[in-house]
Design a protein. Structure first.
Length: 542
């Protein structure tokens, strides 16, 4: 099957006959004297002329078409201006159309195709991965003697890197411009443990650790973040402070990290770049992969409208502009755009064969308008049902063993602040559909709900009834834990007046949730008690 979406090409080459850099320089020498230069196609065994596809590319040339030259020896990418593709009768090899416009070292050779270039960049791209990620692989089966491509996993996704190209044993890639919805994950042909880019992967992430790091309300910014954005001799940035304290506490390897919202203060592009740097900072010492990190949006991550809202106007779902910067972070981590809810789920198999399932729910679905409607949480029944379906959480009990189930969101589903004062424009903390959320959690045997938002740690055990038969069938207990804030400035902290992070350690039939304080300058001691330390015991495998 040949794709009709092919728009241009990536051609592979290597300086095997010339000195390093000679292939490009010798072709450019001819361009200095002639209007064009011929580039012979050194095809590999098993490759043939895809005549129809070359014809379609020729039809797009017009005054010139950008193609890409990939140096697989030096992992560099050059841009070239294509004037035409010349092929012989029935794909047979033939001599160059013009020997004067062909480098001397191979002008007497015959090839199955000659590419006529009007220009070739003198220098390679300083960032080849960025250029390549603007291109998407297209399938062309007629390029192979077998009539079928062996590179199916690559098609209809963005090229990830020069390294991804080099591992493929081929000389031409047929590509089109990327769109926002195209996946951008990396494929390694020899990596049997790669995770496909899905919001809710079926495959479990295996780890020799039983501990997850939990952070919330980082509020990475220049003016509302307590930690320096870069470490100094006097104070550590947040990623470094976490490493410092975990080492002091002798915490072993981590199985993952969860972030329960408000990574930023204003939801700006600059602040989301700070968030990317924080995540990469944690990964530098934890060695966590992107898929071992779960995030959810907070109300500060969904940007306020620049226009005041009419108070009589209907409250609607957050629009695409409000979601844009957070969506960019999501794609940065998971190599695909977020779904319509910006929700996700992961399955972990921790040390000792302990299964844990985590769902990240978006409680910031509503539009925010500065000075009128800010911070109110709402989840929605449709999002909850979609998450349960994707995680294969049935609300029918069959008596079989199951994983420990965790749900993370940003807003509260029970009160945390001691007393909230009624006033215009106030950001109230509990989600608007809290009862629906707890009912859903009860029906689907959720064991633990985690949240952030009000910068105050808290813990509640809630008994809720399930009513599958129209009466109370049983009472289900769920534990709800609020983190507080890991990174916000002191002036914005809750009653605790300290920043906090959490550690969740899973055992065969229990989980310990411990919330610890953290400071830019002071290191925790190994024996220092947790601020909140829960040992939540369940018969959760039943």
């Amino acid at each position: 099957m040949d794709s009709t979406g092919v728009k241009t090409l990536v051609l592979r080459f290597r300086d095997l006959v010339t000195d390093p850099g000679g292939t490009i320089s010798l072709h450019r020498e001819i361009l200095a004297e002639h209007a064009s230069v011929y580039w012979g196609w050194w095809n590999k065994s098993g490759e043939r002329v895809p005549a129809d596809v070359f014809q379609r590319v020729n039809s797009r040339v017009g005054g010139g078409l950008d193609v890409y030259l990939f140096d697989s020896g030096r992992m560099q990418v050059y841009r070239a201006g294509l004037r035409s593709i010349r092929t012989g009768h029935d794909g047979a090899p033939f001599a160059t159309p013009d020997s004067d416009q062909t480098p001397a070292y191979y002008r007497d050779q015959k090839y199955m195709a000659w590419f006529e270039f009007m220009s070739i960049d003198e220098q390679p791209s300083p960032d080849p991965a960025t250029i390549l990620r603007t291109l998407v692989y297209e399938r062309v089966d007629s390029f192979f003697d077998s009539g079928s491509s062996g590179y199916s996993p690559f098609y209809n996704k963005k090229i990830y890197s020069p390294e991804e190209l080099r591992q493929q044993d081929r000389t031409i890639w047929f590509v089109r411009p990327a769109t926002a919805s195209d996946p951008s994950h990396e494929i390694r042909l020899l990596d049997t443990n790669q995770v496909a880019p899905y919001d809710f992967p079926v495959r479990a992430i295996e780890s020799e650790s039983r501990t997850l790091l939990w952070v919330s309300d980082l509020h990475l910014s220049k003016d509302h973040h307590r930690f320096p954005l870069a470490s100094s001799t006097s104070a550590a940035d947040l990623a470094s402070a976490l490493e410092r304290d975990l080492n002091a506490m002798e915490v072993g390897p981590l199985a993952g990290m969860i972030v329960s919202g408000d990574l930023t203060w204003r939801g700006s592009a600059e602040e989301f770049e700070f968030a990317r740097k924080f995540i990469r900072g944690v990964q530098s010492w934890s060695k966590l992969t992107d898929y071992q990190i779960l995030i959810c949006p907070g109300n500060h991550d969904v940007k306020f409208s620049p226009h005041p809202e009419n108070l009589d106007e209907e409250v609607t779902k957050a629009n695409e502009a409000a979601r844009a910067e957070y969506a960019g972070l999501y794609e940065f981590l998971y190599n695909l755009p977020p779904n319509r809810f910006m929700s996700l789920g992961r399955r972990f198999l921790l040390a000792g064969a302990v299964p844990v399932e985590i769902v990240s729910i978006n409680s910031s679905l509503l539009n925010q308008a500065e000075g009128a409607f800010q911070g109110h949480g709402f989840v929605g029944e449709e999002q909850l049902q979609e998450a349960a379906r994707a995680m294969r959480w049935s609300d029918e009990k069959d008596g079989s063993p199951r994983a420990f189930r965790v749900v993370m969101l940003h807003h509260h589903i029970v009160p945390v602040t001691y007393r909230e004062q009624p006033q215009h424009g106030r950001i109230y903390s509990v989600v608007l559909d809290a009862a629906a959320m707890t009912s859903w959690a009860s029906r689907h045997d959720v064991d633990l709900i985690l949240h952030g938002h009000m910068h105050q740690p808290a813990a509640t055990r809630l008994d809720t009834p399930t009513t599958r038969t129209g009466r109370v069938d049983e009472w289900k207990r769920v534990t709800i834990v609020g983190m507080g804030s890991t990174g916000v400035a002191q002036a914005d902290l809750g009653e605790i007046a300290q920043n906090t992070f959490g550690l969740m350690t899973f055992g065969p039939d229990e989980v310990r949730v411990a919330i610890h304080t953290i400071d830019p300058t002071r290191t925790r001691t190994r024996s220092e008690p947790a601020y909140v330390d829960l040992n939540v015991k369940y018969e959760w495998r039943k």
